[in-house]
Design a protein around this ligand. Structure first.
Ligand SMILES: Cc1cc2nc3c(=O)[nH]c(=O)nc-3n(C[C@H](O)[C@H](O)[C@H](O)COP(=O)(O)O)c2cc1C
Length: 191
């Protein structure tokens, strides 16, 4: 069995040229070779959450989301703040995770890319909602990395080496959490 950590990257923005997606795509580019990253691209295709549809068979986009979470050893989220909280479309994604077990005890971290003094409402909501999903928040891997739209290059990536190094650190910390779990006795493993 492969022990290469796989980090699922979840952007909370649907906007073309999103800075939050840019953070995650830059994280992919800067990722240490010992781990794999997968950028989830299904946010726009998720149906509105409806408990009546949270049954077998699940809507195909929801099944795909849950499979991606299940296959990951950790999750990194980067979501903007809308009106003091998470974007509705991303809260919708999180609502779809509640009825499954895939995210339970899954190591999760987030990056807050908002400018100084901004984005705290979204971060607070994220923490609350993740608590309900049962995800295991890896606090040392959660980071505030302010990113300005002007910081993106022609490919939509962040070139600042300091930001890239921090993103690599965040992924490393999530992967290290995975490694610790692999070494833990079976009954203590999260996944
Ligand atoms: C409808 C809407 C509401 C917003 N509300 C807030 C807010 O409450 N607090 C904040 O700091 N920024 C707010 N913003 C700014 C966005 O968080 C900011 O533009 C962010 O970079 C968008 O992320 P993206 O570039 O990944 O799409 C809002 C933007 C929009 C479009």
């Amino acid at each position: 069995m492969s022990t290469t950590p796989v980090i699922l990257l979840l952007s909370g923005s649907l906007r073309d040229g999103s800075t939050n997606e840019a953070v995650l795509r830059t994280a992919q580019a800067a990722a240490p070779g010992r781990l794999r990253t997968v950028l989830y691209d299904g946010l726009a295709g998720l149906p509105h959450f409806n408990p009546d549809h949270d049954t077998d068979p699940l809507p195909a986009p929801v099944a795909r989301l849950r499979e991606a979470i299940d296959a990951a050893t950790g999750i990194l989220i980067c979501a903007p703040e809308y009106a003091g909280t998470l974007p509705g479309s991303f809260k919708n994604l999180l609502d779809w995770t509640v009825g499954g077990t895939e995210i339970c005890d899954k190591p999760v971290a987030w990056i807050n890319a908002a400018g100084p003094g901004r984005g705290d409402g979204a971060a607070a909501t994220l923490r609350t909602v993740l608590g309900y999903t049962g995800a295991a928040v890896v606090e040392p891997a959660c980071a505030r990395i302010p990113v300005d739209r002007g910081a993106l290059d022609a490919d939509g990536l962040i070139t600042d080496p300091a930001v890239r190094a921090r993103l690599a650190d965040v992924l490393d910390l999530l992967a290290a959490h995975h490694a610790e779990l692999q070494e833990a006795p079976q009954e203590l493993r999260a996944t």
